[in-house]
Design a protein around this ligand. Sequence first.
Ligand code: GDP
Ligand code: MG
Length: 167
Amino acid sequence: HGSYNQKIDYVFKIVLIGDSAVGKSQLLARFSRDEFNVDSKATIGVEFQTKTLDIDHKTVKAQVWDTAGQERYRAVTSAYYRGALGALLVYDITKRESFDHMARWLSELREHGNKSDLGSLRAVSTEDAKEFAQSQNVFFMETSALEATNVEPAFVSVLTEIYRIVS
Ligand code: GDP
Ligand code: MG
């Protein structure tokens, strides 16, 4: 295994947040194992996945937490956020409501839309999302867990920002 015996310089906890079914678990599966499961069921069991990567010649272990059916607003427990240094706020470009709820999620934290492969069903324009992100001073990126588009960059941008702050 690649990370066996590797010296870890930093461990960064980040959390995934956003409405149910926007694709949080699939983004994590794509990032941590380069997998996409077409018949994914609601998240069960595992609290987080880790992936070790290189940032600025340092070995950074990302510990990414995924909600287990606690996506209702304010149902996410404080233990979920405890120690987190960053977050990916995920919406579905085909579900307007999941974008409209972003301001609420943002009141608990910060950050990134998923399913950019479904352009024909788009209900949230890239411009709207960019404008919202700029007004809230957070990073923005459209991703597709299915097509593996922008998934690594989304996670890496959060981790790099954390690295800049703590190093
Ligand atoms: P979660 O509830 O936010 O964890 O959402 P899931 O990761 O379980 O995904 C919900 C549904 O959306 C599943 O049927 C996934 O296969 C599908 N899905 C997730 N990401 C994508 C994506 O990037 N593109 C498309 N087309 N479907 C996706
Ligand atoms: Mg899930």
